[in-house]
Design a protein around this ligand. Structure first.
Ligand code: 6GU
Length: 232
């Protein structure tokens, strides 16, 4: 997969790219490239944002600046770009990222991520350049960068080579294998700690019973989630 991130803070992604499961995916042939939007602004003094028409607090990323940056990078009108590849603007009001969307994006050959800052994007960017607007939750971050990293992290760990052989993203929380339910609880050594014992069935070596127990716990947690309760 080829991921391009349009951001005012490309250096934030250096740390992200060096994380093991990301670097594994990059070593296996994927790419994660950052484009510094500021380097492509046609405006003087490196200006990229402006005050909102109609008044109000904050600054808004300009549509002409993002047009220039996308056009410089891809050599096409950004209005056409979104027909060729997913162009995802990260904004708090977008479609909520969940396992289904992550799976869908993991199947794409290429993604373009647009990170807004401050008050966000001029609406025309979302209307004319983006194929999708995605949010990671109903709260406001100071920019799209962390959300872009969350999306990349979730997508990249689904790609071949991200996890070691012994691990698998197939049977984890919210996966199809778990019928969309959260994952069952995990335990490791010691089998007893401060009087807290690991459930006997997990120590039994009885594979079918372990499987049944895990399915039951997974469904139980799903019901708790649906009722608005949560666990670790
Ligand atoms: Cl994608 N962007 C920003 N700025 N805030 C967010 C978000 C995205 N998702 C949740 N909050």
């Amino acid at each position: 997969m080829n991921v391009d991130v349009f951001t005012l803070f490309p250096e934030w992604f250096e740390w992200f790219s060096s994380q093991r499961h990301v670097s594994n995916v990059l070593a296996a042939g994927s790419s994660l490239e950052c484009v510094n939007v500021r380097e492509h602004t046609p405006l003087s003094g490196g200006q990229v944002d402006d005050t909102p028409f109609g008044g109000g607090a904050g600054m808004v990323l300009r549509v002409d600046v993002l047009d220039s940056a996308l056009r410089a990078h891809y050599g096409v009108d950004p209005v056409l770009l979104r027909e060729r590849r997913r162009v995802i603007a990260l904004a708090p009001g977008g479609r909520l990222l969940d396992d289904r969307l992550v799976d869908e994006l993991a199947g794409e050959p290429a993604l373009t991520l647009l990170c807004g800052r401050y008050e966000g994007f001029d609406e025309r960017i979302l209307e004319h350049f983006a194929s999708d607007v995605v949010s990671i939750g109903r709260y406001v971050l100071s920019g799209g960068e962390l959300a872009a990293m969350v999306l990349c992290d979730a997508v990249m760990r689904k790609l071949p080579g991200a996890l070691g052989h012994e691990e698998s993203a197939a049977e984890e929380s919210f996966s199809v294998a778990l019928e969309g339910q959260p994952e069952y609880p995990h335990y490791t050594r010691p089998a007893e700690y401060r009087g807290w014992r690991v459930p006997e069935v997990l120590l039994s070596g009885h594979h079918a019973r372990v499987e049944q127990w895990r399915r039951e716990r997974s469904r139980e947690r799903g019901l708790d989630l649906a009722r608005g309760r949560s666990q670790g």
